[in-house]
Design a protein around this ligand. Structure first.
Ligand SMILES: [Zn+2]
Length: 152
């Protein structure tokens, strides 16, 4: 089981090595209790940085699976920061972005591109053993990730 400090250390290392464009951003890590949330990690865009919510259940995954899940969330931040200020405000005001499924898949693709395909696959495998399997609207399927890894 990862401690909260270990989780933050992993996040800092992953950002420094693989998501350098986030290195200058202010990121706050907030650990939340399990079960009442329907996510493992979520990101919130703030005026002066980001908040990453980490649900404590994810700390029970292997470090590699944790890293895969984290890389997906960091990919969201990178994709978000490429959007215009108005686009982000619109998303906040309306509560939803135009195409959530596409966003989830793009986050997976970027995480794979940054070298976290195997970690992402590990996350999916451990998740599916513990809980209900993901469906395609929540990101890429295991089969799709495996196929991409073969191409790399
Ligand atoms: Zn996501």
């Amino acid at each position: 089981m990862l401690t909260q400090n270990e989780a933050i250390q992993i996040a800092k290392t992953v950002i420094a090595n693989n998501f350098p464009e986030l290195a200058s951003k202010r990121i706050k890590y907030v650990f939340v209790a399990g079960k009442e949330h329907d996510y493992y990690m979520a990101v919130q865009w703030l005026i002066i940085g980001y908040r990453i919510y980490i649900e404590k259940r994810i700390l029970k995954f292997s470090p590699e699976a944790f890293t895969g899940c984290l890389a997906h969330e960091l990919a969201h931040l990178v994709l978000d920061s490429r959007e215009s200020l108005w686009g982000r405000l619109w998303a906040i005001a309306t509560g939803k972005s135009s195409d959530e499924t596409a966003e989830e898949r793009n986050a997976d693709l970027l995480a794979i591109d940054r070298g976290f395909g195997k970690a992402l696959l590990q996350f999916h495998q451990e998740h599916d053993k513990k809980y209900v399997a993901y469906n395609a609207s929540e990101g890429m399927t295991k089969r799709e990730i495996k196929k991409m890894l073969k191409k790399l």
